[in-house]
Design a protein around this ligand. Structure first.
Ligand code: FO1
Length: 319
């Protein structure tokens, strides 16, 4: 068979890890990464795109892996100076990360489109695979909480995910257009597999799938769609997914994630990947009509990222 074409949906750290594993396993030209931009916001006059940058820095081998965001070996002189001036420092931008933000903000201000800007940034960081933000149009995630409506980064970083979440909204999504390059791929039936990475279903994957026409186009493509559970043994590997599930009155389990996807997006998933520690859920997920794969989904090392990528590809006969 020819080299497979893979479309993977990602947002945040878990998604970036599997994307790196996939990048090691498939040809860069045929790897397409569809990325959440609901976490984006404007801060200090800068255009911030956290999930795009986490992915780009991870693929470029520049990411701060222990922190989960930003660049390795970063310095913080600008933040220190800003603090002395009494400026806002709750959202920390390292000196080198600031360069990314200055470059992107200036490119956008000079009239370049968002998709073009991300593409150029990826090229300048030496990334060969295809990075597709979910939309050219701005979509902004906000959380309805016991402290009122909070923009995503105010909830996530400023308030450290402490407020209880009762609703999630994606402002601007009704009028957002899906990334045309992704729609063209799907119309051509180009992907051999579509992978939903182990990202937060509610704030990383939902904004992508809920761009008007997106999930239906994914379902309409003949490729199998496989999701990897971000919940392992009743816990999220990173981030607030488990806490959000509790607050949204969902059981915290890989089974509940599979149910959520299959009820919210009927007929989309053909396969679901769970961790070895959740092997007892195999039958219950299987009866929902999905092929269930049980494997190690915790990606600490580069090898574990590659192994999970290989396993996911093997489930659809591509490795
Ligand atoms: N996360 C934090 O917990 N604290 C920060 O100060 C912070 C700064 C930051 C700067 C640039 C960037 O691209 C990401 C940053 N993040 C920070 C991570 C980000 O808020 C989250 O990882 C995502 O939005 C959730 O996927």
């Amino acid at each position: 068979m020819n080299a497979p074409t893979i479309l993977a949906i990602t947002g945040g750290v878990g998604g970036a890890k599997l994307a790196l594993g996939l990048a090691d396993e498939v040809s860069a030209a045929r790897l397409h990464l569809l990325v959440n931009t609901g976490d984006d916001f404007e801060h200090l006059g800068l255009q911030i795109s956290p999930d795009i940058d986490t992915l780009l820095y991870t693929l470029a081998g520049l990411s701060n892996q222990s922190q989960g965001w930003g660049l390795e070996g970063e310095s913080w002189n600008a933040m220190g100076a800003l603090e002395q001036l009494g400026g806002e420092t709750w959202f920390r931008l390292g000196d080198r990360d600031l360069a990314t933000h200055l470059w992107r903000t200036q490119a956008l201000a000079s009239g370049a489109g968002f998709l073009q800007v991300v593409d150029t940034l990826a090229q300048r960081l030496g990334i060969d695979c295809n990075i597709h933000p979910m939309s050219e149009d701005p979509v902004r995630t906000t959380l309805g909480t016991d402290e009122g409506e909070l923009p995503f980064q105010h909830y996530f970083v400023r308030r450290q995910c402490e407020p209880a979440v009762s609703a999630i909204r994606f402002k601007g999504i009704e009028s957002a257009h899906p990334n045309p390059a992704v729609m063209r791929l799907l119309e051509r039936n180009a992907p051999d597999a579509i992978i939903i990475c182990p990202s937060n279903p509610f704030v990383s994957v939902d904004p992508v799938l809920q761009i008007p026409g997106m999930w239906q186009a994914l379902r309409g493509c003949s490729a199998p769609v496989i999701a990897v559970s971000p919940i392992v043994a009743g816990m999220a590997i990173k981030g607030p997914a488990a806490k959000m599930m509790q607050e949204l009155k969902l059981p915290v389990s890989a089974l509940a994630v599979a149910k959520y996807y299959s009820e919210r997006y009927p007929g989309l998933l053909s396969g679901f990947v769970i961790d070895n520690s959740d092997a007892d859920l195999l039958d219950e997920i299987g009866v929902m009509g999905m092929d269930v794969t049980v494997t190690n989904t915790i990606m600490r090392s580069r090898e574990e990222k590659q192994e999970l990528a290989q396993t996911v590809l093997r489930t659809v006969g591509l490795a």
